[in-house]
Design a protein around this ligand. Structure first.
Ligand code: F0G
Length: 482
């Protein structure tokens, strides 16, 4: 990876692109943000973009597209069947992943629906490094159970382990021994493990997982949605990969998977998804469900223009300058916050910067949703929208009891090539201020709690009027600044 040394000695990431299309942002006064966050029931999913300054909710479908992607969208072939646009994508997939068969789908969870419907039977088990919300939901919907076999270090909030997303192969062996290989629907490895802070797995670990699968005749499914970030970490943190190109690393990974799927809202900076395999039998089993749930095989629910953009986007993901931008900005943000004493997940991962709400708001008990409270407080004092990734994102058990999550995180996603360093510095500045004033922040309680996916639609209120206290301190410290 090319690094540029600054004469000043400062270490900052340097953009290897220039901005040619922009979207105007609003930074509204804190009093307006109070109205907005109250109306949203302290749920950042329910905010409107007009009230948001930096949207760090997700990197899904909001990465900046390149000039080459936009140009390709102009010359798409809209044929319902046999589209030339689709043929280009199929060819690009074959070139990059080396997989013979490809199935297009409208987004990542649609791939999960199809894979789970075909391979998960009632009573089967899907071991994985860690779950993602939608991947677990589809396994459970089809009568399977998820077993999380992350290495122990993976859940350590602060760590120097370079590959916290690794799957513990000892635990995998033990699980297969206990239940028998026939109970295992497939092993799922998620690259750039989302819910533990975008943490990568290594090539070496994947090789070990593959060996266990081979020994027991078990299928390996690879969720490549966050592959771009993981490629960066393999290249920079795993010595054996230092001299390999991103294409070579990608092929090593893809060659180990029986089925590889991805959300193109993340991988390839477009909107869509896909399932790749070398196995004709797997392909034939999944194919009919694509036409049933997604669309004909040459678009799979994706807009044809997005398919053009995805083909170019996948090609650009093989460029080191492209994949390093996100992780380098995240590293800058994490290290800057860490240096100033703010509790963050370390080492820096992909996807975004993750604040550890359990330590940030250590006076707010888990029963009062510290990550949700932190999301509300940060939006109020900055206009930065993050995503609660803690107990609000969990579901109650069958008896109606809370299931508290392992980690209470506020995720501040870094969409690729979207924000500038000064915007990141602004976010850091307000987060540090909030940390110094954290004693003013209180908890939340539900006022509307949907049974399913409560984090999308649920509304909460503050346990005391701590918003008012934060605004008073903000005005005292910043005067009439926005
Ligand atoms: N797998 C992973 C690892 C993901 O992060 C996501 C989506 C999906 C599958 C599902 O893909 O959204 O296209 O249906 N993650 C988004 C996020 C929603 O904000 O992290 P999708």
């Amino acid at each position: 990876m090319s690094t540029v040394t600054f004469h000043s000695g400062e270490r900052i990431p340097l953009e290897m692109h220039k901005v040619r299309i922009v979207q105007k942002l609003n930074l509204v006064p804190i009093e307006r943000r109070l109205e907005a966050i109250r109306a949203a029931g302290n749920n950042t999913f329910l905010l409107r973009n007009r009230d948001i300054y930096l949207d760090m909710l997700t990197d899904s479908g909001v990465n900046a597209m390149s000039d080459r992607q936009l140009a390709a969208m102009m010359e798409s072939d809209d044929s319902y069947a046999g589209s030339e646009t689709y043929a280009k994508l199929e060819e690009k997939i074959r070139e990059i992943f080396g997989t013979e068969y490809f199935l297009p789908v409208h987004q990542g969870r649609a791939a999960e629906n199809i894979i789970s419907r075909v391979f998960v039977k009632p009573g089967t088990i899907v071991p994985m490094n860690y779950h993602f919300t939608t991947s677990k939901a589809h396994v459970v919907l089809n009568g399977g159970t998820v077993e999380e076999l992350l290495i122990d270090e993976g859940l350590a909030v602060t760590s120097t382990h370079p590959f916290k997303g690794n799957l513990d192969v000892g635990k995998l062996e033990a699980l297969i021994k206990t239940h028998g290989a026939e109970r295992i629907a497939f092993v799922r490895v998620e690259t750039g493990t989302n819910l533990i802070g975008g943490q990568p797995h290594s090539l070496a670990n994947l090789r070990e997982v593959r060996a266990v699968c081979d020994r027991h005749g078990v299928m390996l499914v690879f969720d490549a949605s966050l592959l771009a970030d993981n490629l960066y970490f393999i290249k920079t943190r795993e010595p054996e990969a230092a001299n390999l190109s991103l294409r070579e690393i990608t092929r090593i990974i893809a060659d180990m998977a029986d089925v590889l799927y991805f959300s193109a809202r993340k991988l390839g900076c477009a909107r869509g998804g896909g399932i790749c395999t070398r196995n004709q039998d797997h392909y034939m089993k999944m194919r009919e469900l694509v036409t049933l749930y997604e669309g004909f095989l040459t678009y799979g629910g994706m807009s044809i223009r997005e398919i053009e953009a995805l083909t170019v986007g996948l090609d650009e993901t093989m460029d080191e300058d492209m994949v390093s931008q996100g992780p380098q900005f995240i590293e800058y943000m994490v290290n800057d916050l860490d240096r100033q004493g703010v509790p963050v997940i370390t080492p820096p991962g992909g996807l975004g910067c993750h604040l550890d709400a359990m330590r940030f708001l250590d006076h707010v008990p888990q029963t009062q949703y510290p990550a949700g409270a932190l999301a509300s407080a940060l939006f109020l004092v900055s206009g930065v929208r993050g995503m609660e990734r803690g107990s609000v994102s969990e579901q109650r058990d069958a008896e109606g009891n809370e299931t508290y999550s392992n980690m209470e995180l506020l995720r501040l996603a870094m969409p690729r090539r979207v924000f500038t360093l000064s915007q990141v510095k602004y976010a850091v500045d307000r987060i540090v201020w909030l940390y110094e004033n954290r004693a003013l922040v209180g908890g939340l309680r539900f006022v509307e709690e949907p049974k399913l996916l409560r984090f999308f639609f649920g509304k909460l209120e503050t346990t005391t009027d701590w918003h008012a206290a934060l605004i008073a301190k903000f005005r005292a410290d910043f005067g009439d600044s926005l």
